[in-house]
Design a protein around this ligand. Structure first.
Ligand SMILES: NC(=O)c1ccc[n+]([C@@H]2O[C@H](COP(=O)([O-])OP(=O)(O)OC[C@H]3O[C@@H](n4cnc5c(N)ncnc54)[C@H](OP(=O)(O)O)[C@@H]3O)[C@@H](O)[C@H]2O)c1
Length: 245
């Protein structure tokens, strides 16, 4: 599963098209969207002229569409809005206790069998939610996408997912911008001649998680890709671990 993925929450219309197009030109090969973001069509514009087979596309089904028939309709609508014939990954965006998870997962398995979705997963699931879903699914749960950044370290969840072959994807790696300017991260970054953002992403990828930074700034988009050919010293990793709140 490619990492980093280009995040697109709160990005719509031409701003979204431009940012995703820039990301794809820079070499991003994964785009993360969701029905609720309202930007499938903007992403479709950015995908024009791009080799579909080289791009991994994730979308998510909203909490209100988790009943069987609603989910099947959502799947077809998402494909039509994105102008593609399959999603690489479809996630349950948030758990919803009003709808039996078995019903939702049955519909998702049907989309897989119809070739409309390659893999299925979940988002914002706790260990308890995951256990329940794993007991009733016919298709493996490949991914759990969760908020994961230095102030919100997901150690227990990551251990559980590693033990069960579930990829963890870290969303809001910069706390939706709230980590920008963190003094400890800035101090570490200056020692490596890197940005705070690269330090955070490097810390996350060294844990084996997929990252989804979001940016509409071309320089930041480029920065956020340059996270693979260098390492953090153990002391700095420990300092970042200590930021957990
Ligand atoms: N599954 C879920 O429930 C869920 C929830 C939230 C998010 N997500 C996914 O995760 C993605 C990322 O999370 P997010 O949108 O909350 O935000 P984020 O990636 O944590 O932070 C985005 C903010 O950081 C800034 N930024 C990005 N790169 C930077 C850099 N190199 N240097 C300085 N500032 C930088 C951006 O500003 P600029 O645009 O100016 O760079 C923006 O203000 C979302 O877009 C979405 O795809 C999923």
């Amino acid at each position: 599963m490619p990492s980093p993925s280009a995040g697109t929450w709160q990005s719509r219309g031409s701003t979204c098209t431009k940012a995703v197009r820039t990301a794809l030109k820079l070499g991003y090969d994964h785009v993360d969207t969701a029905d609720v973001y309202g930007n499938h069509q903007a992403i479709r514009q950015a995908l024009q002229g791009v080799d579909r087979d080289k791009i991994f596309i994730t979308s998510k089904v909203r909490r209100g569409d988790l009943h069987h028939d609603d989910l099947l309709k959502m799947g077809d609508r998402a494909l039509s809005e994105l102008g593609i014939d399959h999603l690489d990954l479809l996630l349950i965006h948030w758990p919803n206790r009003q709808v039996p998870v078995a019903e939702t997962l049955t519909a998702m398995a049907e989309l897989v069998h119809q070739g409309k979705v390659r893999s299925i997963g979940v988002s914002n699931f706790t260990i308890r939610d995951l256990r329940e879903a794993q007991q009733v699914t016919r298709v493996p749960i490949s991914v759990n996408q969760v908020r994961f950044h230095p102030y919100n370290n997901q150690r227990d969840l990551l251990d559980y997912c590693n033990d069960h072959g579930i990829v963890v994807t870290a969303y809001s790696p910069f706390g939706n911008g709230s980590l920008v300017g963190d003094r400890k991260l800035m101090r570490i970054a200056s020692r490596y001649d890197r940005s705070f953002a690269q330090i955070v992403l490097r810390w996350l990828v060294s844990k084996g998680v997929v990252v989804i930074p979001k940016s509409t700034n071309p320089n930041h988009l480029a920065d956020n890709m340059d996270i693979f050919d260098w390492e953090l010293e153990p002391g700095d990793t420990e300092a970042i671990e200590a930021l957990d709140r």
